[in-house]
Write a new protein. Structure first.
Ligand code: ATP
Ligand code: SF4
Length: 852
């Protein structure tokens, strides 16, 4: 592709970055969808930033000029009058821009001093503590539900509740503040919704990395006047959004440890009809509007991550969660985590409209799973039983104090839970480990089919029943501990998401069209069982995003094969509307040694299929290979196993000494390098720190981790931290599991329907449908492998060896699903070569790198 724009890249861009930025620019310019891959460590973040923001500033500049260009003068006014009016308008727009820039510049200048003041003691914030923040009342009255009548006419505010998930009182309040959904057109018009980029990634830590990159490039202003003394750069107007869990600054609320608890407590405080001091002091209102404006300007004046936003809210004394909304419209780039963008209710709650804007989704290789995850629900038999007991106790205590329809709905909730419990108890007794569940079986309990699920769901989400019941249970347990100190406190203090909420989500899922998802039961040995809902078709929820915004870009380290995205996420778009790009790596080919290893030092074949995994000889052979490899690989070596369970099987085997005089494989490995192991329970941070120290100390480190585990995404093993990566086996999902079967079946069926619609011949339809199911299965394994492989090479000067241990890696299908740059670096015929040849190659590779 020819270079045609200056992208203001802060470094000399790599050739692949030039192509990437051009592609981003074209996709946005033409309002298309882009699926773009660039190996991790090749500066994808900067390519996205520079491509998209250069386009945005260009677009704004063009819109400005076009806005002044009124075409043919077909009025009867003389030309000089038109010219004057044009000049006046130009001056007006420039003046507005300058006003804003001057305001923001002043803030930037003051910010340093303000930060120092904040660091000194935060006194202003402390003074704001009110009675409400010190925690709720202790009397039982707080657990009683308010009057409830589901049948009354829905007011306009209540209508908003249904679609937003916000309580009526919150909506009313937000509307009063001009933050809500029922604003009048005039109010909406006050601030122009500047065309912007919504960038989302999976987690806040990934967003923080992106935000750090956002600080690097400097862009010229979109509009300027030769006559004014404009600087040649204009700072980006960026805003990062988070949930109340990230941003709540009220200590009595943010101490609660679940998002639902914080959300509910916040709206409870807002609804509190009692004294003003019971409300949250940080909530924006008419009186503190100037603080909201100050917050908005500070948020836009410099590039901040989520922690900075919390600190800013504290410093100014205004809730950053609510005050952020004021900064959305004037922002140029808004960064937010997946759930806030992908869930309609979250977008609406934040007041985000995607209409006409650009959406960039990074780390998009997991997008389909992420959408399913966000819309999935799981609840276990034990949780259901606990919820049932709590509800019984609650009803007994408050029966006579409950007004309106409360009693009716609580009784319905009890009947539904009984029905779910009855179903699962029946399943526990049967031998099958998992399977699909039909809605009919599930709701077969006494009179359950008479219940209007929609009304019950609405009640559960509006009434706060879940939180009241849960907090009453905690209250009674705490009381019991106080009066009988010997009775040990139960698991109560952990206020995670109340089970009733999950039950309500499960019921909502039951009301989805049945082709979109499935219900499953899965046994959880030894005695538990769970009920879960899995969304099979992510396109329905994603299509709204696609149709609303101007362009969508999916970006990731490994996005190929692209076909599944076409069919699962954009089924109704013609292929001509989708641009794909696959970039190679930036390293020279001499910096990568890729090898598929089929046999160990004594010639034993590696074939880590599920049924072979117990083969102790193969495990020992793997240990011997690793011992050898450790002797030639300098510094850090990372090994990825297919699962935590298999890692622990291997470690037990390697821990056994062959004879009293011979050391075990494990202790021999420890003699070569310091050994570290990823664990499901422990945090990865301390393990990584010690691993890095071992490498620094010169002893070298051997890190045993798991594909798809904590170390396989977002953690980089650059330079000495990862000179070699070993992948053991292929981590295919369990093909016998009911959820994998259902997904494959769903993909086969939808492919069949699509191909039949295209008039494809019957035999061919069947063949291609089966192929699509198989592809899905293989791709979910290979995506995980590719993520792990990509961790070791992080920049142009980095080098590493990648050894894939399993005979199946030599098959054409598997090889074909490796990233292009690894396929190119793969030593030809390595799968057939002897172990000694690998050792020779590794030795040569690392000797060649010594000293630079
Ligand atoms: N052309 C360049 N020259 C030098 N350094 C660069 C260049 N482009 C980007 N970088 C730097 O390289 C580092 C790695 O980039 P970055 O983390 O964006 O890679 P990435 O491809 O986004 O990786 P990941 O897929 O893990 O997010 C960053 O610190 C970035 O500033
Ligand atoms: S208004 Fe903001 S600070 Fe107050 S409780 Fe709600 S989220 Fe927390």
């Amino acid at each position: 592709m020819e270079k045609s724009h200056d992208f203001h890249h802060p470094y000399t861009p790599y050739a692949i970055q030039e192509t990437f930025m051009e592609t981003v620019y074209q996709v946005l310019e033409e309002g298309k969808v882009g699926i773009l891959e660039s190996p991790t460590g090749t500066g994808k973040s900067l390519s996205l930033i520079c491509g998209a923001l250069t386009w945005l500033r260009d677009l704004k500049g063009k819109a400005f000029e076009e806005g002044l260009n009124w075409g043919q003068n077909d009025s009867n006014e003389p030309e000089w009058i038109i010219e004057q009016a044009r000049a006046r308008k130009r001056r007006e727009i420039l003046r507005q821009r300058e006003d804003m820039e001057t305001r923001l510049a002043k803030i930037r200048a003051k910010e340093k001093a303000q930060r120092e003041r904040y660091l000194k003691g935060d006194q202003a914030f402390k003074r704001r503590k009110t009675e409400a923040e010190k925690g709720g009342d202790d009397d039982e009255e707080q657990f009683v539900l308010e009057d409830y009548d589901s049948d009354r006419e829905q007011s306009s505010v209540q209508k908003g509740v249904a679609s937003t998930g916000f309580s009526a009182a919150t909506l009313e309040l937000m509307n009063k503040l001009g933050l809500g959904f029922t604003n009048t057109a005039e109010e909406e018009d006050e601030v122009e919704d500047e065309i912007k980029i919504f960038y989302c990634s999976r987690t806040h830590s990934q967003l923080t990395q992106f935000i750090n990159e956002l600080r690097r490039p400097k862009f010229p202003p979109a509009i300027w006047d030769e006559s004014t003394k404009d600087t040649d750069i204009e700072d980006l107007k960026h805003l990062t959004l988070g949930s109340r869990k990230n941003l709540c600054i009220n200590p009595s609320v943010n101490k609660l440890n679940s998002l639902t608890a914080i959300n509910e407590r916040c709206s409870e405080l807002q609804q509190s009809s009692t004294a003003k001091e019971h409300k949250c002091a940080f909530l924006p209102n008419k009186e503190n509007q100037p603080l909201v404006n100050t917050f908005r300007d500070h948020a836009l004046a410099s590039i901040r991550d989520i922690e900075d936003m919390g600190a800013l809210g504290k410093e100014i004394g205004i809730c950053p969660y609510y005050a952020s909304r004021a900064a959305i419209k004037p922002a140029e780039i808004v960064t937010l985590p997946y759930p806030l963008l992908l869930q309609k209710s979250a977008r609406e709650a934040l007041g985000i409209s995607l209409k006409g804007h650009v959406v960039i989704i990074d780390e998009a290789h997991n997008l389909m799973d992420a959408i399913s995850g966000i819309h999935g629900v799981e609840v276990s038999l034990k949780q259901l039983k606990r919820a049932r007991t709590q509800l019984g106790v609650y009803l007994q205590k408050f029966r006579n104090r409950l007004k309106g329809k409360n009693r009716v709905y609580i009784a319905q909730a009890v009947r539904v839970i009984d029905s779910l419990v009855g179903y699962l108890e029946g399943r526990v007794a049967q031998p099958k480990a998992d399977g699909t569940v039909s809605e009919k079986e599930l709701l077969a309990g006494n009179g359950v089919d008479q219940i209007n699920l929609f009304k019950l769901i609405r009640y559960l989400s509006e009434s706060k029943l879940a939180r009241k019941v849960e907090s009453y249970a905690i209250y009674t347990e705490t009381e019991a501990t106080r009066t009988q100190p010997s009775s040990a406190p139960k698991n109560s203090q952990t206020t995670s998401t109340p089970v009733l909420h999950q039950i309500s989500s499960l019921l909502s899922a039951l009301t989805n069209p049945s082709k979109e998802g499935r219900l499953f039961f899965t046994k959880l040995p030894p005695s538990n069982i769970s009920l879960s809902y899995l969304l099979l078709d992510p396109s329905t929820s994603f299509s709204e995003i696609v149709s609303e915004c101007r362009s969508v870009i999916l970006a990731g380290g490994t996005m190929s094969p692209f076909a599944p995205y076409y069919t699962t996420l954009f089924p109704s778009l013609p292929p001509s509307q989708i641009t794909t790009l696959s970039c190679g790596h930036v390293i020279p080919s001499s910096n990568l040694l890729a090898w598929t290893l089929s046999r160990g030092p004594s010639g034993k074949e590696y074939n880590f299929t599920f049924s072979n995994r117990g083969d102790n000889e193969m495990i020992d052979e793997l240990g011997r290979a690793l011992l050898n490899i450790c002797t030639v690989v300098p510094d850090g070596l990372v090994v990825f196993f297919p699962s935590y369970a298999y890692l622990s099987t291997i470690l037990s085997r390697w821990g056994i000494s062959p004879s009293p005089t011979q050391p075990s494989i494990l202790s021999r490995l420890e003699g070569k390098k310091s050994l570290f192991k990823e664990s499901k329970e422990a945090s990865s941070e301390s393990v990584l720190q010690e691993y890095a120290q071992a490498i620094d100390s010169g002893k070298g480190g051997l890190l045993l981790s798991v594909v798809g585990g904590k170390m396989s995404e977002g953690i980089n093993f650059s330079d000495a931290l990862g000179r070699c990566v070993l992948i053991i086996g292929l981590p295919y999902p369990n093909i016998a599991s009911a959820s994998i079967q259902a997904k494959m079946e769903y993909i086969e069926t939808s492919t069949r329907v699509r191909l039949q619609g295209e008039g494809v011949e019957r035999g061919e339809v069947e063949k291609r449908a089966k192929e699509a199911g198989r592809d899905f299965y293989e791709n979910s394994c290979m995506r995980a492998v590719n993520q792990s492989i990509g961790r070791a090479i992080r920049h142009k000067g980095d080098y590493a060896a990648i050894v894939m241990v399993d005979v199946r890696f030599s098959g054409a299908r598997v090889k074909g699903k490796l990233p292009g740059w690894i396929q190119q670096g793969l030593v030809e015929g390595s799968g057939e070569k002897k172990f000694g040849e690998l050792m020779g190659s590794l030795g040569g590779f690392f000797r060649g790198k010594k000293g630079g």
